[in-house]
Design a binder for this molecule. Structure first.
Ligand code: PLP
Length: 491
């Protein structure tokens, strides 16, 4: 494709994207395909000759879009928001268009330096001290792997990079809660600690926040048993119910434990969802104590709206990363070494995209104040919904609403046990299958509930009002079905 052909096709594609976004409300939320339907509609054999752009674009409409769950739809209340602000889409396009190679500072000085600056802008915007320096990882999952690898190495005097996992005499232990994201378990496995060495610190039964007092006793008993506490992963906004682990209390426990340890315990804060909220100064008490952490990640690609993959990863001392991840083969050495940041030494990949451009475009074109307004709007909408649910007979809000997620259950009459489980799954599934809205069924204490996660850029109060209607209608007809089904069910 020549630049001139690109110009013509590109204009059409931009129009196509603008049309998709401006008419998204007319679409279903949940993709309406069965497994294999999309792949079955594609040619089994690879293309043999170049095709016209128009035929590719036609298939984008005919084949691809039906298989897309429209998470930019204002009636999408599932998982967590994955906003993709159009300003950041432009930045992503610029990044692709430049097509740079981020393997060292000299392979694209702007790539490194724009990333340093936008990470620092974000640091300032969420109120972190100057002690932090940041980089962009693809995801919070990767950030957690990197943090736990750095923690492992600090705990072992960097001997694991030499002798590997065979070098430890004492098992290294990681602490988190059963409310932490599944990526923490994955990171523990990848970083070689082993699932047996992951401790689930009990949580408060109401707030579902880590019990720092129990963490203290677990540290003591592990030390007494000859294990070596290496890291704590604290969640700031869990995925299930947006619970906030108490960082101040955890820091006090770690500070006390560290006094007797040769290697301090690493504290990683997973604020994947809630980090974006810290743009609003009034919400920062939610992560009070964060300055005591060694590393921190949050995802502008969730609530903030800088398109995936934009996970910010901050460390207080980047030398911990460099000592673990540095690679300096002769063909990557240069006279700038020592004076510039080499992001390849801060994590796993060598080559990186110019990801900073999408955050740079997003922050400059939309501006942080519009993001704050949106965050406050979403919090107010979540509060509004929680109030409706609490006031409605037979409805319950089952976890404290600390952010923008409302966890609900409909418990009609004396429904309990398996019948209640079936009822919840039935009405949630009928909402989702309708295509009008999407919510996430999820288990809390082994029992199904529905997470309503508010925060899509286009979601206004009227959408939340409509959702509340849909939930009540779906639950009412599911109740009718279970009452109708009962006689034959019992017989
Ligand atoms: C979404 C989420 C993650 C995982 O984020 P990815 O960037 O998709 O890896 C981790 N932790 C929490 C608390 C999350 O909400």
């Amino acid at each position: 494709m020549t630049p001139e052909e690109f110009r013509e096709a590109g204009h059409q594609l931009i129009d196509w994207i603008a049309d998709y976004r401006s008419t998204i409300e007319e679409r279903r939320v949940l993709a309406d395909v069965v497994p294999g339907e999309v792949s079955g509609a594609l040619a089994a054999l690879p293309p043999t000759a170049p095709e016209a752009f128009s035929s590719v674009l036609a298939d984008l409409d005919a084949v691809v879009l039906p298989g897309v769950t429209n998470v930019q739809h204002p009636m999408h209340f599932g998982w967590f928001p994955a906003n993709a602000a159009l300003a950041s889409v432009l930045g992503d396009l610029a990044s692709s268009g430049i097509g740079s190679l981020g393997i060292s500072w000299e392979s694209c000085p702007s790539l490194t330096e724009v990333e340093e600056v936008v990470c620092d802008w974000m640091r300032q915007l969420v109120g972190l001290s100057e002690a932090w320096s940041g980089t962009i990882q693809d995801t919070a999952s990767t950030a957690c792997v990197v943090a736990l690898l750095a923690a492992r190495e600090r705990a072992t005097d960097f001997s694991e990079t030499a002798g590997g996992l065979q070098a430890s005499e004492r098992p290294l232990v990681v602490y988190t809660t059963d409310q932490a994201h599944s990526s923490v378990l994955k990171a523990v496995a990848i970083a070689g600690y082993g699932a047996d060495n992951l401790r689930m610190v009990p949580v408060d039964p109401v707030t579902r926040a880590m019990r720092a007092d129990v963490l203290a006793t677990m540290l003591e008993s592990d030390l007494a048993a000859g294990s070596q506490p290496a890291a704590v992963v604290a969640s700031i906004g869990t995925t299930g119910t947006t619970a906030f682990d108490p960082l101040v209390e955890i820091a006090v426990v770690l500070e006390r434990a560290n006094r007797t340890l040769a290697h301090p315990i690493w504290l990683h804060v997973d604020a994947a969802m809630a980090g974006s909220a810290m743009l609003c100064p009034e919400l920062r008490p939610l992560w009070e104590g964060v300055e005591a952490a060694d590393s921190l990640s949050f995802n502008p690609h969730k609530w903030l709206g800088t398109i995936l993959d934009t996970s910010l990863f901050y460390v207080r001392d980047s030398q911990h990363l460099v000592r673990v991840f540095s690679s300096n083969p002769s063909y990557l050495q240069s006279s700038a070494d020592g004076r510039v940041t080499q992001y390849r030494d801060w994590g796993i990949p060598l080559g990186r995209r110019f990801r900073a451009l999408k955050l740079w475009f997003h922050l400059r074109l939309d501006g942080p104040e519009s993001m704050r307004i949106r965050i406050r709007r979403d919090l107010a909408n979540a509060r509004w919904l929680a109030d409706q649910v609490e006031a409605a007979p037979d409805w319950q809000v089952v976890a404290p609403v600390q952010l923008q997620t409302v966890c609900v259950r409909h418990v009609p009459g004396d429904l309990a046990g398996e019948s209640l489980e079936t009822h919840t799954q039935r009405w949630a599934s009928s909402v989702n299958r309708s295509g009008e809205a999407y919510v996430t069924p999820s288990k809390l204490d082994d029992s199904w509930m529905i997470r309503v996660s508010i925060g899509v850029e286009g979601t206004e109060r009227r959408h939340v009002e409509r959702l509340w209607q849909l939930l009540r209608t779906a639950a009412a007809s599911a109740s009718d079905e279970s009452t109708a089904a009962e006689p034959s069910g019992r017989g």
